[in-house]
Each structure stands twice: as structure tokens, then as C-alpha cells.
Design a binder for this molecule. Structure first.
Ligand SMILES: C[S@@+](CC[C@H](N)C(=O)[O-])C[C@H]1O[C@@H](n2cnc3c(N)ncnc32)[C@H](O)[C@@H]1O
Length: 263
């Protein structure tokens, strides 16, 4: 399975019920109001904050690599009576008919790209899809190793239809040289009436890869893609401390600026 296909099947179904943190739509609404639309959310998943932004009347479209997450997003949009344009694509192979003033990710989904080459391709795609002077917001995270006593720990939640969902971090492997952490995650769904139904339970185990960047390393990838780093902030918008493990890169596309020579 490719990393971009991680969020499918019961993983897609478990995403909203198990989510620990809701993205704050106001941050992204303010960004779009400041730089103008149209806007594009990469890795929009099942629609947070995309659908809230659409409800506010903002011109924003979504891209995601998971058909299952997009199907959930479409259903939620229909239920809420909002229209939304969604594209089933990988952000490292972005090819859309429109150009945008604002492109953003609402969480550190860029860390799901498996290596620097994929990140470089995604940054190139962002540049190609921004109008001249357009802006991008990319949150990045450097994961900490999970404490040993949390390996094997299970979280539970209830699905929309009442089924029990279980999520377990089975193991974790870290490679500092490659800047990757691969966790083996187990997702389980147990129907409340499993003795009555067939196929009532499902269990999948999937490797979840995170790839992180040094601050200077990401600046170099941004420059190589022909984009300018405007600022690196913390999640409150203040300049990021050198040791911050969560940052937001704000980028700009200046199409008339000569690109650095390729190595
Ligand atoms: C952590 S979820 C965030 C979803 C949404 N923003 C939210 O908070 O509800 C990450 C999403 O990124 C998508 N994704 C992962 N890799 C991707 C890629 N290479 N290109 C596009 N989308 C990707 C996944 O399918 C998933 O829906």
C-alpha cells in the first residue's frame, strides 16, 4: 500500500470518531480573506475545515488522495446543503484546470509524503497552481518518539452507526538519518450485534509513515521548487523558535523571479 492510500476502508471510517484535534476553520478563513480566493485545500479528507469554509461562502476547493475520504466529504456536504468541488489526486502529482490565490493544508499532512523527492514534487505542484503572487500555508511537524509504555496502548470510540472502533499503536520504528518514523497501526471495528451478522468485525493493520524535515532542509526544498519562504511561524502566528517541533511555512509564488539552477 502506498502512503497516500492509508486513509481508506475502516481507517477512513475511524478518522472522524478517533480524531484527537479539530482544525480551527477561522485560521484558514482569515488566510483566505487576507490573500483572496480562489483557494485550495490539500488533503481535505472528509471535510474539516473545507465544509465550514464553504458554509461561510468562501471559494475553496479540495484535493485528497483517498476516494473513501472524499466520498465521506461529499455525503457530509450534501447533508449540510453546501456545494463543494473535490478532486481525487495526490498532491505530489497535482494537475487541476484552475489557478489559486491561496493553497493550504489544515494539518501536517505534508509529513505523510514519504521522502524529500515527493515533497519537492508537491511544492512544484503548488507553485504551478498558484497565480503570480499567490500564497501557500504548509504546517509541518517533527514527531517525537512514542514513550515505550504507550506502545500497545488502545483508544476506543463509537462509529456513527454505533459500532465499536478500536485503535492500537502496535509498534514504531524510527530512522533519524532518513527522518522517518513508521508506526504499525491496528484499526478494529466491532459491530454491536456481531453474533447476528456476518462480517460484523473487521481488523486491519497498516504501516503509517511520517517523514520530517529540518528547517533549513525544507527552506531548500521550497527554493528548489521556485517558491519563496515568507515566514516560519508557530501555530499562533508568532515567529517559530529554533527548537519548535510544529511550524507553519508561509510561501509565495513569484513567477517572474528566476528559479535557482537545478543541482
Ligand atoms: C490527517 S488527514 C486530514 C484530513 C482533514 N484535513 C481533516 O482534518 O479532517 C490527512 C488526509 O490527507 C490525505 N492524503 C494523504 N496523503 C496524501 C497525498 N499524497 N495527496 C493528497 N492527499 C493525501 C489523506 O487521504 C487524508 O484524507
Amino acid at each position: 500500500m502506498e502512503p497516500a492510500d492509508f486513509y481508506t476502508g475502516i481507517v477512513a471510517e475511524s478518522y472522524a470518531p478517533l480524531r484527537s484535534l479539530d482544525p480551527d476553520p477561522e485560521v484558514h478563513a482569515a488566510f483566505i480573506r487576507e490573500v483572496g480566493g480562489p483557494a485550495l485545500e490539500l488533503g481535505c479528507g472528509d471535510g474539516d475545515p473545507l465544509l465550514d469554509l464553504r458554509r461561510r461562502g468562501l471559494d475553496v476547493e479540495g484535493v485528497d488522495s483517498s476516494a473513501d475520504m472524499l466520498a465521506r466529504c461529499r455525503r457530509r456536504a450534501d447533508d449540510a446543503g453546501v456545494t463543494v468541488t473535490l478532486h481525487h489526486q495526490r498532491m505530489e502529482a497535482l494537475d487541476l484546470p484552475r489557478r489559486f490565490r491561496a493553497i493550504f493544508l489544515a494539518g501536517p499532512t505534508f509529513n505523510l509524503l514519504p521522502d524529500d523527492d515527493a515533497a519537492g514534487a508537491a511544492l512544484e505542484g503548488i507553485r504551478r497552481h498558484l497565480v503570480d503572487g499567490g500564497s501557500a500555508l504548509i504546517p509541518l511537524h517533527i514527531p517525537a518518539p512514542t514513550p515505550a509504555d504507550r506502545i500497545g496502548a488502545t483508544r476506543t470510540a463509537t462509529a456513527a452507526d454505533g459500532a465499536r472502533l478500536r485503535f492500537t499503536l502496535v509498534s514504531e520504528e524510527r530512522n533519524e538519518a532518513e527522518r522517518t518514523q513508521i508506526s504499525l497501526l491496528r484499526y478494529e471495528r466491532h459491530d454491536r450485534h456481531e453474533h447476528h451478522a456476518q462480517d460484523a468485525s473487521a481488523v486491519v493493520e497498516r504501516p503509517w509513515l511520517l517523514h520530517w524535515y529540518t528547517r533549513d532542509g525544507f527552506r531548500a526544498l521550497v527554493a528548489a521548487a521556485g517558491l519563496t519562504t515568507v515566514s516560519v511561524t508557530d501555530s499562533d502566528g508568532n515567529p517559530a523558535r529554533d527548537d519548535a517541533d510544529s511550524t507553519v511555512f508561509r510561501l509565495r509564488a513569484d513567477h517572474h523571479t528566476p528559479r535557482p539552477p537545478t543541482r
